[in-house]
Design a protein around this ligand. Structure first.
Ligand code: PEP
Length: 252
């Protein structure tokens, strides 16, 4: 049985004080709603201490949106997993399409971060997904296969328990366009089949696969009703309680 996992990705939004205020209200609303999904918020680095403090004692997991692929050294501007762990942050989003697109993160770089996060006993939300050009060029399966094979290279079967996959078609992120539940479900089924080939049926069946790309209150139920969709990674709609709470409490 795969427990629904709803995550918010704030991207570069919310100052530390705004984030802490919002997170506190979210923790209270989540409790009041009796929502029973796993819930995470991915915050900018500088927000992490204030947000972690604000949700202390709640079920909300606070995650980083990225991390360095080194533990320390001459890497100006980077943030090490050891620094995150020192703040009590044990989850990290890796391979988001904005990191791939704007900061040149390749599958190999993302893989080195995945392996380091696992070595540091952190949980990873690994994002994969195709561009519109790749989809229209019939390359969906090829792209997902490469992103999974390279992104997960060296991850042991045991460590797959630390991995969540977020399928985020790039053309649906922040655009208001959502993949149809059927299209998303079929991409998720394909991801599960790749993981089964790389690992085992059991690991593939237990893998949580989130959908991301313009998820909102109006489409979350139809997406979550699909067999292979186990959660959501939510960008824009995670920035207000009015929009995020109906997603978090989709099954209420
Ligand atoms: C995201 O940031 O991962 C995302 C899916 O954004 P949005 O929900 O705004 O499309």
């Amino acid at each position: 049985m795969r427990r629904p996992y709803i995550a918010g990705n704030w991207k570069m939004n919310m100052t530390p004080s705004e984030g802490a205020k919002f997170a506190k209200e979210l923790a209270e609303a989540y409790k009041a709603a009796g929502a029973d999904c796993k819930i995470m918020i991915g915050c900018p680095y500088v927000d992490l201490p204030a947000v972690a403090e604000a949700v202390k004692g709640s079920d909300i997991i606070v995650a980083a949106q990225n991390m360095a692929n080194h533990t320390s050294g001459a890497y100006t501007g980077e943030v090490s997993p050891l620094m995150l762990k020192d703040l009590g942050i044990k989850t990290v989003i890796l391979g988001h399409s904005e990191r791939r697109q704007y900061y040149g993160e390749t599958d190999e770089i993302i893989n080195s971060k995945v392996l380091l996060a696992i070595a540091e006993e952190m949980d990873v939300d690994l994002c994969v997904g195709e561009t519109l050009e790749e989809r229209e060029g019939g390359k969906l399966e090829e792209v997902l296969t490469r992103q999974l094979e390279v992104g997960l290279k060296g991850v042991s079967a045991d460590d797959m328990a630390r991995i969540t996959i977020a399928y985020e078609p790039v053309w649906a992120i922040g655009t208001g366009k959502t993949a149809t539940p059927e299209d998303a479900d079929s991409a998720h089924a394909f991801i599960r089949s790749v993981v089964e080939r790389l690992y085992s049926k059991d690991i593939a069946e237990n893998l949580i696969i989130q959908y991301g790309g313009s998820v909102k209150a109006s489409n979350v139920k139809a997406l979550m009703a699909k067999e292979n969709i186990d959660g959501a990674l939510v960008g824009g709609a995670s920035l207000s309680l009015e929009q995020f709470m109906p997603i978090v409490a989709f099954n209420k």
